[in-house]
Every structure is written in structure tokens, then in C-alpha cells.
Write a protein that binds this ligand. Sequence first.
Ligand SMILES: NC(=O)c1ccc[n+]([C@@H]2O[C@H](COP(=O)([O-])OP(=O)(O)OC[C@H]3O[C@@H](n4cnc5c(N)ncnc54)[C@H](O)[C@@H]3O)[C@@H](O)[C@H]2O)c1
Length: 336
Amino acid sequence: MGWPGRVAVVGAGYMGQGIAEVLALAGFDCALADQSAELAQAALGHLLAEADAHEASGLIPSGGSSVVGSRVRAAASIEDAVVGADLVVEAVFELREVKEAVLRRISDAASPLAAIATNTSSISISSLSACVTHPERFLGAHWFNPPQFVPGVEVISCGATSGRVLEQVEDLLRRVGKQPARAGDQPGFVANRLQYALFQEAAAVVEEGIATPEAVDEIVRSTFGFRLPFFGPFAIADMAGLDIYRGTYAILEDAYEGRFVAPRLLLDLIAGGALGAKNGRGFVIGNADQAAAMAASRNRAYVAMSRLVDDFRSASPGDGTPDETDDRDHESVDKH
Ligand SMILES: NC(=O)c1ccc[n+]([C@@H]2O[C@H](COP(=O)([O-])OP(=O)(O)OC[C@H]3O[C@@H](n4cnc5c(N)ncnc54)[C@H](O)[C@@H]3O)[C@@H](O)[C@H]2O)c1
């Protein structure tokens, strides 16, 4: 299997269990630790029941559940889990003091050569690195909920993380079917900074009586959110036209006093003559051929996406609204 020979997952809640399922399915031995041996054992029971359900629904390969059962063990303690591990994944509560105490215990008990990856959603990785000796082995690897099925993982250096460790972890993530992307070390990194900015405006729209939560969700899902599996905000701006964005910003700046300000990045590009797809120069579009290819693939992608959404909604009536956000309601999740 190559590196890592053994993995420890510390914090056997929703994310820890899901990460252990992914790694075990890919053939890695995982020790699962929580606040006590009993909680770790209960988490393992829950994880195995989930893996059974995933297999029964065809979400993981046939036989996957018994692979998970043979690869994951409940550890008696954090120390028991991390001794001999080549990779330790920390997924305890998103509370700085809890993470700091747990990272100190991991750091003391683990091999100095073991990589230690925190799954924090928002806490700066360099600010946590003081709790880890040999910080060259410490990094952020921020998975998304549910970790079994969302492909992206943000990878964040603590500033002292060695290039070897970053590459080892990224390579592992690719081998288990994930799509790692490097993010800078600021609270919220990239994904949550953007997701929470969207949520901020979504909540304002509801507070102002512009739309109900249901209508906001429907509009986001079926309009610009519909594009997001294929294109990010820069490709979307290029395709819309950078002059269109500038014009829209002028209206929003007037209407929402300081909440919207046309970004310098946009204005500088326009000042240099770029208008996006329409003149083959934009944030990510470099020439007219690329613009034409993007438009053609966009149309195919959107038709395929429409069919997928329609098929999914007709096969799962009342179940078409995904709830996989980083700030999911913990009460609604059946945990150990
Ligand atoms: N839930 C999400 O959508 C999501 C997404 C991405 C990242 N994250 C991050 O992943 C981490 C875990 O989130 P979660 O949703 O799995 O939380 P959770 O509450 O489901 O699980 C946390 C687990 O940590 C355990 N724990 C707490 N203190 C501990 C200690 N001292 N020693 C050992 N175990 C301890 C708890 O008993 C619990 O089982 C957080 O940092 C969170 O921000 C969460």
C-alpha cells in the first residue's frame, strides 16, 4: 500500500469516522481514538453500521463493509492509537483548547516522523503548530462533510511543514480518490471563507424579507450554484463578461453601502483591456480558442447536470436538497 503503513484517527465523531472509512476502504489500517475506550468502541460500531448501509445502497463497493471492519480498530486511548502510526488525523471538537490539548498528547506519543494532520475547519494551522514538536510534520488537511463522498480536501501548511510531508499527504489523498488543493493559512482557509460569505448574504436576504430560506436555497441551487460543480467564481466571471461584473458592482455599491465594492483585481484586469470570454482575455481564459472550448463544454455540462438533478429528484422525492455543509446541524446527525 505504501505510505502510510498505519493511520490513527483521533476524534471519532462524524468526520473522524468518515475519514477512517475512506482510508480503510483504500486498504489502510486505522486506529480510532476518542475521549475514552468506550466512546471509541461505540464510534466503531456506528462506523460499521454506516459502512453496511453504504454498501447496501451501492455507495461503496460490494464487500467494502467487511474491508472496513477488518481494517479499523477502536483504540484504548489517544496514545494507544498513535504509537506506531505514520499518519495521525486529528478530528476532535472545533474548540481551540480541546484541539491544543489533544495535539500535545498526539505530538508526545507519536513518532517524530509521523505526519499529523488536523481537520480543523477554521483555526489557523500555524497557531496550532506551537502544540506540536517537530512542526515540519504538522499540517492542515480539511475534509468536507460527508468525507466519504465529497472529493475536495484543503491542504494547509503550518509555515514549517516540510515539502515532503505536504506531498506525501496530497499523494495519499489522491490515491484514496480525493482532490487535494493547497490553501493559505488564514482562519477559514478558502472554502469556509467563501461559504460563510455566501451564508452571510443569504441570511441578510431572509432577514430583509426578500426571500424565504426555501426560496433562497432553490434560487442558489438552480442558478449560479448549478454551475459550481464545473466552474469556480473566476471562470464564471470570465464567461459573464468582466464589464458586466463592473456594471453590476456599480449598482450593488450604490444599493448596499460598503457591503459590495468592485475588487481591485477586477478593475485592474479591465483597465488592461480584458473583458473575459468575449475578447478571450480574463481571469482564467487566455485566448479565444479557450473561450470557445469552455463555452462548448459548459453547455454539455449543464445539460448533463440538468438530467442528473432531474433523475435524482424523481428517484428521491423530497430528498433533493443536499445538507452537507460544514455547519450542519449536529443534532440532526445520528452519532454514537
Ligand atoms: N462537521 C462538519 O461538517 C465538518 C466538516 C469539515 C471539518 N470539520 C471539522 O472536523 C472536526 C470534527 O468535527 P465533527 O463534525 O466530526 O465533530 P463531532 O462532534 O462529530 O466529533 C468530534 C469528536 O471528537 C471527540 N473528542 C472531543 N474531545 C476529545 C478529546 N479530548 N480526545 C479525544 N476525542 C475527543 C468527541 O468525543 C467526538 O467524538 C472539527 O474540527 C470540525 O470543525 C467538521
